[in-house]
Design a protein around this ligand. Structure first.
Ligand SMILES: *[C@@H]1O[C@H](CO)[C@@H](O)[C@H](O)[C@H]1NC(C)=O
Ligand SMILES: *[C@@H]1O[C@H](CO)[C@@H](O)[C@H](O)[C@H]1NC(C)=O
Ligand SMILES: *[C@@H]1O[C@H](CO)[C@@H](O)[C@H](O)[C@H]1NC(C)=O
Length: 817
């Protein structure tokens, strides 16, 4: 307005000046008027006579070769537009556009200057130099950033020039219109809201420049803003958490999941690469992440039992390093890949066989690393054993007995425990358990027979074995070790030990003495078998000993008296007829059976044909009638033989007198007596002398031997106790009243050989070397007791020993005889 006013003022002033200074006139008129348009009446203004204008040849003179802009109408004196007047072409940006013209008149020559003042009209639109204004603005540009816009040009001036700018409505930019010092207006774009390339890559705006004319004119230009990328976007994952389920032990190269992140930025800013962030080394071994595609593959086997769920933190990064994260959660699905494990926590083996049913013998733990049904384990044991599994607290089982155990039937069990899980397919495993049953002394020794019968020939050798008993005890070791002994009892008033002894270990029964059938035909003893358990169990059996007869007794002739009594004569009546009984030989035999079955024979007769003897009756009968010619004195030698093998016999002489009158035979008395009796006396003397001598010698030898042995104390081994054997008689080993031989070592030799020489040899080989090594053995209380008991027994035994020696001696003598 102000400028406009100034210009208007200036123009007025100029017009005024023209009038005043030169008396000239000026005309103001807008440019671009049509040709012929009247500008003004110059004739009138100059006070010229219109009618004379033509005559005065009035004309507009252009100075130099200037264009003539106006003409004068000679008839009216009006100035008209001669040609198009473009103010802008004439004056450009000048504030006033004045054309000086002259009106020339002749006759008289008159020159009038006049001024054409061309007024601007709004005939030009504002115009921008370029059709498009290009901007490249980085999206990171901050609010308030300014961008200078090209000015619009308007050829018009003043109010008709550019007066204002308007910007197309938009959300990002405002227009700030500024005025230069020269009054020209220009604009700048102000960023009102940050750009986002990712939302809008380019912005196109129309800038309109408007001039102040009436009507106003405007010009437009397009502003093309290219939004440049800034790395303002981090990659964005399609999901913050990726959840996948995968069975464990999935094959290698299985694709777990593909993560995907997008980055709205472009170029490098939008290039996304993937990587694991913070991963344990172990997990890293399992997975492979394709940095470009985001594909996660398995490169190891996942184990549910290690980890039931794996979290993979994943980072996506763009080229400039902006990163974001997501998590892949892999729920591992359990697969039944672990067989149950059976652990024997404790096992009480051996189990005593008397354990009550229900006794716990072991604790078993079953583990399965799988979960749910795959880890549910059922545990079982085979059927045919007296054991069962009782579920206890979680996963624990007690192994208990279900019945009586009997070591003697089955001493060990191989238990197979099977554990099966409930997966599909189920897995199972087995464990073998070896359980032994410990012995308890629950079985007494049992004899193989209910009773034993032993047959012994009389006159047996002392020490000879007559039979053996045997008992078995199925128990273990000492619980089943059988020791035999004789139960003490009396046989015919004498202790049984004086008849028999038994080897405690072997059960072989020995005769201690020589039996005489004629004194004792049979007897019965009880043998005890006892095991070494504690407490010991025992049983007994009867042993009947039958002594069998041996033909050791010659027939004994009772009649006629074997003494050869001279008066023992039989009278045979002369008139005796054939077959009449004359006499009878009576004989007995102490033996029995065949050995006592006697037969009678006449082995010598005065008249062999006269008498016969009944072979079994011993009756002597006449064979024929006695005749006168027969000798009065008849002698018969009768032999009585038993039926033994070999048979023994005795003979006797029978004196028969065939007479009816005893007085007829005076010299019968001293029949053949002297000779035999004197012979007998002689034998007796020799026998007595030799017996005495031998006896003396024998006693001396025995004493000497005994003395020597006394000086060498020896040790006998009895169980765990070392006993100096000096307490024992050298060759007699009965140390218990019942006749039990206490040690195999010491007595076997003696009792089994039965020979006298070996009797004396027996012990030596066993003691010295071997037994001293055991001297350090512990002496238990019971051992002490044993020793004390032994002392007493020793005295007895010693005496028995002596008598026994003597007995042998007697036997010896009888053999000699
Ligand atoms: C148990 O097994 C062992 C060897 O494994 C075998 O010697 C023994 O005889 C078996 N016992 C039973 C009662 O089967
Ligand atoms: C014998 O049996 C007893 C129980 O009666 C037992 O304690 C002992 O261990 C058994 N001995 C052996 C060698 O088995
Ligand atoms: C011998 O055994 C019987 C049963 O067989 C028993 O009654 C008796 O007491 C036993 N005798 C001795 C002395 O042990």
């Amino acid at each position: 307005m102000f400028c406009f006013a100034v210009e208007m003022f200036g123009l007025l002033f100029f017009v005024l000046m023209a009038h005043t200074a030169y008396g000239d006139v000026s005309y103001s008129f807008p440019e671009e008027m049509k040709r012929g348009s009247v500008i003004g009446n110059i004739a009138k203004d100059l006070g010229l006579d219109v009618n004379r204008l033509s005559s005065r040849k009035a004309r507009i003179d252009t100075e130099g070769n200037r264009k003539r802009y106006c003409d004068i109408n000679l008839n009216t004196g009006e100035l008209t537009v001669a040609e198009r007047i473009d103010r802008e072409g004439l004056c450009g940006k000048k504030a006033s556009c004045v054309i000086n013209q002259e009106l020339v008149l002749e006759s008289p020559l008159e020159l009038h200057r006049f001024i054409l003042n061309i007024e601007d009209i709004n005939d030009n639109s504002p115009q921008f130099t370029e059709s498009v204004i290009e901007f490249e603005i980085r999206e990171s540009a901050v609010k308030g950033s300014r961008y200078l816009l090209d000015e619009a040009h308007d050829a018009d001036i003043g109010m008709n020039s550019v007066q204002s700018y308007t910007l197309q409505n938009n959300e990002h930019f405002l227009l700030n219109v500024l005025t230069r010092s020269n009054g020209r207006k220009y604009g700048e774009l102000v960023l009102n809201k940050e750009l986002d390339r990712e939302q809008q890559k380019e912005v196109t705006l129309i800038l309109t420049a408007v001039d102040g004319g009436t009507p106003p004119r405007s010009g437009t230009v397009a502003i093309h803003v290219t939004v440049l990328d800034a790395n303002d976007n981090a990659p964005v994952f399609s999901q913050a958490v990726y959840k996948v389920s995968l069975p464990e032990n999935s094959p290698l190269d299985t694709v777990v999941v593909t993560v995907s992140a997008t980055d709205a930025d472009e170029g490098q800013n939008g290039e996304v690469t993937y990587a694991f962030s913070h991963l344990s080394e172990m997990t890293r071994q399992l997975f492979f992440l394709d940095a470009i595609s985001g594909e996660i593959k398995l490169k190891g086997l996942m184990d549910y039992e290690e980890e039931s769920s794996i979290e993979l933190p994943i980072q996506a990064k763009d080229g400039q390093g902006l990163a974001s994260h997501c998590t892949v959660i892999i729920d591992i699905i359990d697969v039944n890949d672990n067989a149950p494990i059976i652990v024997i926590n404790s096992l009480n083996s051996p189990v005593p066989e008397n354990a009550f049913p229900g006794t716990e013998v072991g604790i078993i733990n079953v583990q399965d690393r799988d979960s749910e049904n795959n880890g549910q384990v059922r545990c079982s044991i085979q059927q045919n054993v007296p054991f069962k599994l009782v579920p206890s607290i979680k996963n624990y089982y007690s192994l208990v007995t279900t019945g009586e155990l009997d070591r003697e039937l089955l001493s060990d069990y191989n238990l197979t425990i099977t554990a099966t899980d409930e997966g599909s397919p189920p897995l199972s495993s087995t464990k073998n358990l070896h359980l032994t049953v410990a012995d308890v002394n629950d079985n007494p020794p049992v004899f193989q027979e209910h009773n034993y019968r032993a047959h012994v020939q009389e006159n047996n050798k002392p020490g000879s074995s007559i039979c053996s008993v045997s008992a078995t005890d199925p128990d273990w070791r000492q619980n089943g070790t059988v020791v035999y002994s004789l139960l003490s009892s009396d046989v015919n008033g004498a202790p049984v030990s004086s008849f028999l002894s038994i080897n405690g270990d072997t059960g072989v029964i020995h005769a201690v003495r020589s039996f005489d059938y004629e004194q004792l035909k049979s007897f019965k003893v009880l043998v005890l078998a006892r095991d070494n358990g504690s407490p010991p169990l025992s049983s007994n059996v009867s042993v009947s000993v039958f002594i069998s007869d041996e033909n050791d007794n010659s027939p004994q002739i009772l009649y006629p008296s074997p003494e050869g009594n001279s008066f023992m004569t039989e009278m045979v009546p002369k008139a005796a007829q054939a077959g009449s009984l004359v006499s009878k030989v009576i004989a007995v035999d102490a033996d029995s059976g065949q050995n006592a079955w006697l037969s009678y024979h006449i082995i010598k007769a005065t008249d062999p044909g006269l008498f016969t003897i009944g072979v079994h009756s011993g009756e002597i009968r006449t064979q024929r009638d006695i005749s006168e010619s027969d000798s009065m004195k008849q002698n018969l030698i009768v032999s009585v033989r038993d039926n033994g093998q070999p048979s023994l016999s005795a003979t006797c002489a029978l004196y028969l007198l065939i007479s009816d009158n005893l007085a007829e035979v005076p010299e019968l008395k001293d029949m053949s007596h002297d000779e035999s009796s004197s012979k007998l006396t002689f034998y007796l003397i020799i026998a007595l002398v030799s017996v005495s001598t031998f006896f003396l010698t024998f006693i001396i030898i025995i004493l000497a031997v005994r003395f020597c042995r006394r000086r060498k104390p020896r040790l006998l081994f009895d169980g765990a106790v070392a006993i100096p054997s000096a307490y024992l008689p050298p060759n007699y080993a009965e140390v218990e009243g019942a006749g039990t031989l206490r040690s195999t070592y010491n007595y076997d030799a003696y009792l089994t050989t039965g020979s006298r020489t070996s009797d004396f040899k027996f012990v030596r080989s066993y003691n010295e070397g071997t037994l001293t090594a055991d001297l350090t053995l512990k002496k238990t209380q019971s051992a002490v007791d044993d020793l004390e008991g032994l002392d007493a027994e020793m005295n007895d035994s010693f005496q028995v020993g002596l008598t026994k020696d003597f007995y042998y001696y007697l036997v010896f003598i009888s053999v000699l005889n």
